[in-house]
Every structure is written in C-alpha cells, then in structure tokens.
Write a protein that binds this ligand. Sequence first.
Ligand code: DAH
Length: 328
Amino acid sequence: MDLKELNQIRETALAEASGAADAAALEAVRIKYLGRNGLLPEVMAQLKEVPNEKKPAFGKGANQLKQELGALIKERQGELASGTKKGEAFDSSLPGQWPALGSEHPISKVTARITEIFQTLGFTVADGPDVETVWNNFDALNTPADHPSRDEQDTFYLENGDLLRCHTSPVQVRYMEAHKPPVRIIAPGRCYRRDTPDATHSANFHQVEGLYVAENVSMADLKGTLSYFAKQFLGEDVKIRFRPHFFPFTEPSFEVDFFFEVGGKSRWIEILGAGMVDPEVFKKVGYDPDKVTGFAFGMGIERLAMIMYGIKDIRMLYENDVRFLSQF
Ligand code: DAH
C-alpha cells in the first residue's frame, strides 16, 4: 500500500461519513473504518510492508486520517442527534422573512412620467454629461459674460476650467451641434448649483429640458405642447398661463404657471421656464435662424415632486430613508 491508496481511502471515508443520513448509517461507517476489524487498523498493520524511507510519511498520513475521520464522525453524531448543522440553529416553526423591497424614488417616478408624456408627442430622450464646458453651459446659450449665474458663487468650476452644469440646457447645444434640424428632444438629468442646502435648495437637483426645432415652429406650438403636457400630467381641469420673463437663450421668454389642485385647493403654481429659441443660439450651434425656429423649456423635478406629493423639505428626497421613500 502507498500514499496514493491511503488518500483514496481517506476521500471515500470522509465522503461516507459526511453523507450518512442517520445515526445507524454513521455508526456503520465508523465500524467500517475505525472498528477493530476496520480498514484503518488494517492499514496500520500494513505499515511494516512499506519501504523504510516511506514509512514516516505513510505512518503520519494514516494517523492523520484516523484523527480526522474520528473528529468528523463525532461532529456528525452531534448534528444527527440535534437535527441542526454545526454553526446553524434552525427553528422550523419561525415565520419566514421577506426581503425588504425597495420602491421607485419620487424623482425617478416624476421624471419617468414626464418623459412618457413627451414621448407620445414624438420627443426622444437625449443625454449629456454632468461635467460641461463653459461654452455648452453658458456661451452657446447666449449667456452674457457678466451674467450672475456664471459667478463662482453660483456655479461649481473645476480646476481645468470646465464646470458642473447648472441646468440641462447645455444638452440643447450638444444635440443641435451633432444633429441637423428638425430636432425634438427632452433631456432629463442632474444639475448643480452652489446653493446652501435648506428646505427648498439643494446643491444637486434634477431638471428636464425640452427642445423642438424645425421650420415654422411657433408660440402656438409651444403653448399647445405645454397644455397637452399639463393635462396629461395633472388632469383635464388644469389651466396654464404664460408670464413674460427673461432667459438669455430664448426670446421671448416666459415662466409658465399651472393652475391645479394641491392639498385640497386650486391655485397657480410656477412650473417651468420656456420660450422661443433665441436666433443667437441657432447661430452658435450652426443652424440658420432664417430657416428654422424652435421652442425650448426646462423644469425642476424636485419642485414638481414636492408639489405633487406634498413634500415639505427637499432634503428628504436625498436622505434615502426607506420609511419616507416607501410612501410613494
Ligand atoms: N435653464 C433654465 C433654468 O435652469 C430653465 C429653462 C428656461 C430652460 C427656459 C429652457 C428655457 O430651455 O427655454 O432655470
């Protein structure tokens, strides 16, 4: 007999001991290997036949097997007697545990709903990076060099001169630079501003941008599109109104309010910024303002979610407290 055979015996013996289904089967395994006339005493008896130089290794192997198997059988005896496996206490009368299920975040929900509505009008979803160039975020959007939003106190600048976009409007620029008109996109995404966090401000928030450019796009198209959106989003009874405003990238520009019921009473609530794309923007992205016109709009998702769900503090949207999130 040699070490290889000894190893084979070891493997079978350990497998049989592990696999014994009850105490009687285990006892049979014990007798088969460790009993007085068992295999292991026989192996020991053969030690004298083993060539001298191999004796120490063989003897050591045989002894180890005896101890290993003895320990395993003892452990299995305990397990079979108690009905539990080592390291595991199992009470089959306990009720099962459900894994805690997450829920869709209100910001994702609102974004998905807005996207869905504009998709039914043929808008496709466009995307842009959070880190933007000054050109895409400001210059190409006709933002004057001294506009306050460019200030370092309002916008996060990176060391290389790029910035964290302060609105989703740069996606308009990217998209127009890469595609010929007509374009009809919405662009949901994250934005950043150096605001001190409080109940209504967060340095990181979300917007959805919209852009439609083609021949003969008019204010009537803008109004029709936003009315349709308002009704789909909030119901047939909603009304909308345009208030003149200023944005560098649209002319004319508006703030758009929706009239709808929140918390039991109907009122006008400012929902988005919009306007007709300024010809200067078309020139910067290489479109001919004599050939195309367009409208654009942008809205804040957190604001909408807070109004719709009656959330009083924007920070709750970022704390990821499941007790809060599971309500939506
Ligand atoms: N970018 C504006 C903001 O962050 C929102 C906006 C207003 C986007 C008018 C537009 C627009 O596309 O036409 O406040």
